[in-house]
Design a binder for this molecule. Structure first.
Ligand code: C5P
Length: 222
């Protein structure tokens, strides 16, 4: 018997990370942040000076990726080959590099089984771009989370300000639009809702409203 999976796909900045984390906490299910695997592959490439268009070497890196997600003092950490890269992989630049390696078919193939291995009892919340379309096609519930590009830029701007980082709203909007374009136009596993996904536009919804809505939808599937 397969453990239940809820897939949460959508463009960057739609709130997938926050919502997925809260859902996993509420249900006490496992959490897969698939974007982190692409970010980590790009980070490992940088560390080992592998070019971002060297597909064969990048696939090898993805296949042998040495990562761990320990929780220390209630804080989730991301380790790459034992080094704490929790912050390094969250920059816009790291996201841009992740999006480049994510466009390579053999990198995606190399990460496929690793992602499926996260599906364990009592259940999994899977956050990404192709969770419902490719990685978990028979998921219990598939959500496509969106928000307008300007709202996503505004949220990102606020997040950065709270972290004490200065950034211009207009350049954030441009970065978001560029990443959307790359993710939706690529040949393999492009960003799009699965045929059986429920699309939720969060432009005008608060975080608790989204969590409640998803909890309701999941209960209906139960
Ligand atoms: O979600 P996050 O911003 O961390 O993802 C970084 C990049 O990784 C995305 O822009 C996308 O190109 C890629 N990605 C992907 N498939 C996933 C998750 C992320 O292609 N399932």
């Amino acid at each position: 018997e397969q453990a239940p999976v809820v897939t949460i796909d959508g463009p960057g900045g739609a709130g997938k990370g926050t919502i997925s984390g809260l859902m996993a906490d509420r249900l006490r299910w496992h959490l897969l942040d698939s974007g982190a695997l692409y970010r980590l592959t790009a980070q490992a490439a940088l560390k080992h000076q592998v070019a971002l268009d060297d597909e064969a070497s990048l696939a090898k890196i993805a296949q042998t990726l040495d990562v761990a997600f320990p929780v220390e003092n209630g804080q989730p950490r991301t380790l790459l080959e034992g080094d704490d890269v929790s912050r390094a992989i969250r920059t816009e630049q790291a996201g841009e590099r992740a999006s480049q390696v994510a466009a390579l078919p053999s990198v995606r193939q190399a990460l496929l089984q690793r992602q499926r291995d996260f599906c364990q009892a009592p259940g999994l919340i899977a956050d990404g771009r192709d969770m419902g379309t490719v990685v978990f096609p028979s998921a219990t519930l598939k959500i496509f989370l969106t928000a307008s590009a300007s709202e996503r830029a505004r949220r990102r701007h606020q997040q950065l300000q709270e972290a004490g980082v200065d950034a211009s709203l207009s350049s954030l909007l441009k970065e978001i639009q560029a990443r959307d374009a790359r993710d939706t136009q690529r040949e393999v596993a492009p960003l799009k809702p699965a045929d059986d996904a429920i699309t939720l536009d969060t432009t005008c919804l608060s975080i608790p409203e989204v969590v409640d809505r998803l909890t309701e939808l999941l209960a209906q599937r139960g």
